[in-house]
Structures are given as C-alpha cells and as structure tokens.
Design a protein around this ligand. Structure first.
Ligand SMILES: [Zn+2]
Ligand SMILES: [Zn+2]
Length: 367
C-alpha cells in the first residue's frame, strides 16, 4: 500500500493549543488549534515518555507514523532537461530532479540529485531552523538538470553541517573533479572551496554499499554519460530511482533491457524516466530518454509494484500531463498497484515491513 499527500500544503498547518485526550495510552492523541507560525510549520509537542514529534511533521504525520511507520519519498523536482518556470507547468512543477527519502529512525538526510529542486529542500530545512544537518546526496550523473541546484542548497553554507556527495566515476574524473569543474569562476561565483559545510566527495561504485539504515547499489543506465540507476533498500523495501534512462524500442541492446529488468525485479517502487510519448521518442531516439508507453511495456513483467514516471519534458504542459496521468490509471490494480506521474511537492509513503528491524546507528556515518 502506498499513501500519497502533498507535503508542501501540509507544512502550512499550524496549531497553537493542545488538548491531551487519553492519558495513560502509549500514544496520546492531541488537538492543535490556531493558525500557522512565521515558519509555516507546526511545532509539535512532547509528552513525557512519548516520542518527540519531528520538526517537519504535522500532527497527521505523527498519528500516521505511530499507526503505520513508513518510508517516505518526497519529490522536490521532477522536470527533465531544464527548469521551466512557466505558468502552464505549475501543477506538475518546473524544478529539475531532486528526491528525498526518509524512514523511521533515520538521523541523516538522504537525497538523490541536486537539480534546481534541491534549492527548495534547502530552504525548507532552513525554515525548520534545523542545525547540524548531516546527509548524503547521491547524484545520478552530472548533466545540468541534476546538478544545477547544487550551489543553491543553503545547508552547504553552514559549518555545522556535514554532507557526503556521491557520483559515479565519469570520463573526466571522480565526484570532486566533476563538481569543481562545474563550479569555476567562469560559470559561477561560488567554487567548492567556498562551501562552509564539511563535505566529503565519494566516487560511487556499482557494488552494494551499506550505510546502516539503508544500502545503495547502482546499475549503469542507457544514457549519454555514465549514469546511475540507484537501488535503495530501506525499511524492508526496495526503491529504484532511474530519472535518466533510455529503454530502446527494438531488441538491439537486448541484453541491456534484460539486465535492467533483472535489476528492478520485484521493487516496491520504481521511479523512471518517461520524458516522451512514443511518437516523440521516434524522433529523438538515442537522446537518452524513454517513452512512457515503452516504460510500461518493459516494466510490466518484472513484478514492480508501484511505478512513478518522471523527468517530464519541459515542453509538456500540465494539461498534457494530466491527460497522461489519467490514461495511466488503466494499469492500476494489474500489473501495478499504483502507476502515476511524479509531481513536485508530492510525497509517497510505503509502510515499513513489520519484520524489518530499524538498525540504530550508521556504520558509515558522514564524519
Ligand atoms: Zn536529466
Ligand atoms: Zn541526463
């Protein structure tokens, strides 16, 4: 089961008064009444032995978390190629790739890609007044739409924060070389050495790496530079993130399609590139992106439970995407539980598998 909501809306709920209803219960329901504060975020409370509600949770979140702890996926940017701040794109969003994953017990931020969407994530963290941010950012590849927001992520400008930046090795070097090549005075006034946070640069290997609460491995996408399709195992669930990947129509690179199907097999959630329609794809073959119809066809037999199509073309407006979204409903129930387009500001929740023990402490913490 997957639950969706719009977290950007919910963060505007603020309650001021609390009523303790059921003393003695392990979970105490509370009612907050009032208007939101300047931060636009509810500051929730702590009852004696009850858990402290996280800063960025609403009461509804807290209740849901008590009843059904979940892995949460938040989309901060779902647009492909270039940001498009057009009125006609506002519903699905104009920011480029950035996704956040959170799970019960996580004490680090887990972020994928640093497209322009990461700016809003940074501002969100700043509004929460959260100090000592620690986290990892896994960048799929260094195309502009996946790194353009990098220097606009405000937590990079506080010495209290610590981040680890992961990127697959590229033709011209590892994570640090590639990012420092992008951030030179010719292109932007900020260079890597001007960031105040403690930052470690990691050239990510394909092999599975264990980070305590989760593990990451990747499969090399069919794209114009070395690009990761990340597989994340977290809370007993498997999430695959593939924002840039061309699924060819014919069987020439047949082994690629087969290997890809093997990699995504039985995933709980797949977030996949679907920049084009089949008709558009035929004119853009070899550009490194997929047609949504082809994605459905390739993913159907793999046992993937929930499919989210992303990396929307900047020239595809909300009206077209809305129509596409409703066409996708025919695939719900079978073969997928859920199939839908991603939207900026949307959150997906997947209940943690009950058998899963959330490990405490991270073996590979950012230090
Ligand atoms: Zn891209
Ligand atoms: Zn790309």
């Amino acid at each position: 089961m997957v639950i969706e909501k719009n977290f950007l809306d919910e963060n505007h709920i603020q309650f001021e008064q609390t009523v303790k209803l059921c003393p003695g219960l392990k979970f105490v329901p509370v009612v907050y009444l009032g208007t939101r504060d300047d931060n636009g975020v509810g500051s929730l409370l702590q009852f004696n032995s009850f858990r402290i509600v996280k800063d960025n949770e609403s009461l509804l979140d807290a209740v849901n978390e008590q009843l059904m702890p979940s892995v949460r996926i938040r989309f901060w940017g779902v647009r492909g190629s270039t940001p498009c701040a057009n009125f006609e794109n506002i519903e699905y969003g104009g920011n480029t790739s950035c996704m956040e994953i959170d799970a019960p017990g996580m004490d680090e931020l887990l972020i994928f890609d640093s497209g322009t969407g990461i700016r809003n994530l940074g501002n969100h963290l700043e509004r929460l007044d959260k100090m000592n941010n620690r986290g990892r950012i896994f960048i799929t590849h260094p195309h502009w739409d996946h790194i353009q927001g990098f220097p606009f992520f405000k937590p990079f400008y506080s010495s209290k924060n610590k981040f680890s930046i992961h990127l697959p090795e590229q033709y011209r070097g590892g994570a640090q070389e590639i990012l420092s090549g992008h951030l030179t005075k010719t292109f932007f006034p900020v260079t890597l050495d001007m960031l105040d946070a403690t930052i470690e640069y990691v050239t990510q290997k394909e092999e599975r790496e264990d980070y305590g609460h989760y593990s990451i491995e990747y499969f090399v996408a069919n794209h114009s530079t070395k690009t990761a399709i990340y597989k994340i195992r977290i809370g007993g669930r498997v999430i695959v993130y593939a924002p840039d990947n061309e699924l060819p129509l014919n069987t020439t690179p047949i082994r690629f399609v087969e290997k890809f199907q093997e990699f995504i097999k039985d995933a709980d959630v797949l977030i996949h590139d679907a920049q084009y329609t089949l008709q558009q794809y035929k004119e853009r073959e070899g550009w490194g992106h997929s047609a949504w119809e082809r994605v459905i066809e390739v993913v159907k037999p793999t046992g993937v439970k929930n499919l989210y199509l992303t990396h929307h073309d900047p020239d595809t407006n909300d009206e077209v995407l809305r129509r596409r979204d409703s066409r996708l409903k025919q695939y719900e129930g079978a073969p997928f539980d859920k199939v839908s387009l991603t939207r900026e500001g949307a959150e997906i929740r997947i209940p943690v598998k009950r058998s899963e023990t959330i490990m405490s402490g991270n073996r590979a913490k950012v230090s």
